[in-house]
Design a protein around this ligand. Structure first.
Ligand code: CO
Length: 208
């Protein structure tokens, strides 16, 4: 991808859009009402809209290293607040991916400077699920499982927020944990049983 080609590509994209619908940008600029909030990894290979076949206006997107929803991260919390309380999204997706560099880095004993506190959130996920993860001898499979468990824990972090708890009371909103398999291109629903997971811990986080 050459930086000098980007503006040319943009012009081409505009022409294509207008060719199929003269009013395309007039409609696009009239406002957004996406039904899905997608929280994914910044990894350049996990192109959120493209892999889902989504169009502009379909998805409210937040991406960071390893699709994290840290409890005190103002950026993630603001995105959730806006998407849930103002846009009234019906679904929140945390989409992780195998071969995630962030998850791999968290599995190594390396000092990564400013990344340390960010990756420590993933180390905490490892600690919570240490008994299960330590039983997996194959390093690659252990990485895959940590990717999945990290998605699960970030979904739980979403459910802990007051915005989502309020939304649960007022209307229908669903949290989904998905994983993207970079080796096959396949998107997989982890079908996380939140009711079961939250059964014994919701009393701790319940605020509404
Ligand atoms: Co990643």
């Amino acid at each position: 991808m050459l930086i000098k080609n980007i503006f040319q590509n943009n012009q081409k994209w505009i022409s294509e859009k207008i060719k199929s619908d003269k009013e395309y940008f007039k409609k696009l600029s009239s406002g957004q009402s996406p039904e899905i909030l997608y929280i994914g990894c910044s990894d350049s290979r996990v192109s959120a809209e493209e892999l889902m076949g989504a169009n502009p206006g379909d998805i409210f997107v937040h991406r960071n290293i390893a699709n994290m929803v840290p409890n005190t991260d103002l950026s993630a919390m603001s995105v959730i607040n806006y998407a849930v309380s103002h846009l009234k999204v019906k679904h929140i997706v945390v989409c992780g991916h195998y071969d995630c560099g962030g998850v791999k880095a968290a599995m190594q004993s390396t000092d990564l400077g400013i990344l340390n506190p960010w990756l420590r959130n993933i180390r905490d996920v490892y600690r919570l699920h240490k008994s299960e993860l330590d039983l997996i001898n194959d390093g690659g499979l252990r990485h895959k499982r940590l990717v999945e468990l990290n998605i699960q824990e970030q979904c739980i972090n979403i459910i802990k927020t007051s915005d989502v708890q309020k939304a649960y009371k007022d209307r229908s909103i669903t949290v989904h944990g998905w994983v993207f398999d970079i080796h096959t291109g396949q998107l997989k629903d982890l079908k996380i049983d939140f009711d079961k997971i939250l059964e014994n811990i919701m009393e701790i986080y319940h605020i509404i």
